[in-house]
Design a protein around this ligand. Sequence first.
Ligand code: ADP
Ligand code: MG
Length: 339
Amino acid sequence: MSSIIQLLPDHVANQIAAGEVVQRPASVVKELLENAIDAKANDVKLIVKDAGKTLIQVIDNGVGMSVTDARLCFERHATSKIRLAEDLFDLSTKGFRGEALASIAAIAHVELKTKQDQEELGHHIVIEGSKFISQDVAVLPKGTSFLVKNLFFNIPARRNFLKSETVEMRHIVDEFQRVALAHPNIYFTLIHNGSEMFNLPASNYRQRIVNLLGGKTNEKLVPVTEDTEIVKISGFVGKPEYAKKSRGEQFFFVNDRFIKSGYLHHAIMNAYDGLLKEGNQPSYFLYLQVPPNTIDINIHPTKTEIKFDDEQALYAILRSAIKHSLGQFNVAPVLDFER
Ligand code: ADP
Ligand code: MG
């Protein structure tokens, strides 16, 4: 009897995984920015050309990698962030799957430059479509730079499926904003086609929001705080009179990670009960800190969904914290209108 089952070669497995992890240039941006944060950088530059279709580069001043790690980081399931399955429930890093770099390197041309503080020289490695091209030493600053060129060069179907530059750039800016809002203590810059789109010096949450979204945002913001055993909440919600038809400025972070949750969005809308005109959407920038062992992030490769142990309790706490803030911070004219 002959057998017909074969193990897929690594480069094929990587390309398959890439299909999930890398949907478009913005997915690469997200993965590289998150790696820079996990590397404890406090200065992160994002450089893109042609909305990421030709070039995406992230330069950080983080811890860098040893020569061994610089080679290993492109392997699938290679991660410095977890060791045991239990670690999944006590995560303090953005990454843990160890598949982003392997996926990206499977479908693009990647150039890595990295140097650790204590090392004299850094390392420069080139990989194209999972194929090792070259490795040498180089004089480099402390930190890491990943340069990703010609995304989807070997998957024409994916490349052709990319949207216009305006749309792809919108996705990149969205990812950039989410990361920048979650980490106001880090200096972020975004350069597109040679011109600076964002320059965000390290600051606090309020100032970061204003720097990103414009000076007018400041007067819209009502602070929200709550501190319970289940969750610590901080951040801001928009005054009801500034609510708009679009859902543009709604940001929800759990343990410094941007998260989408229809359920908790509902809790927020519920707190505004009677304060909003029909169909209007408030802005919000809400930061939840929960014990890492009460959530599961390993639901989807892009990690924008989360499973909470006690979603109903969170709903109630969030709703009442926002209701309290809206009442306290003088949204009186609109409260009058409610009567
Ligand atoms: P994960 O982030 O899930 O661990 P990645 O494929 O994104 O997987 O990265 C693999 C490993 O490469 C990381 O665990 C980390 O050790 C290393 N690495 C990636 N990016 C950087 C960086 N910017 N600075 C230092 N080390 C990095
Ligand atoms: Mg990662």
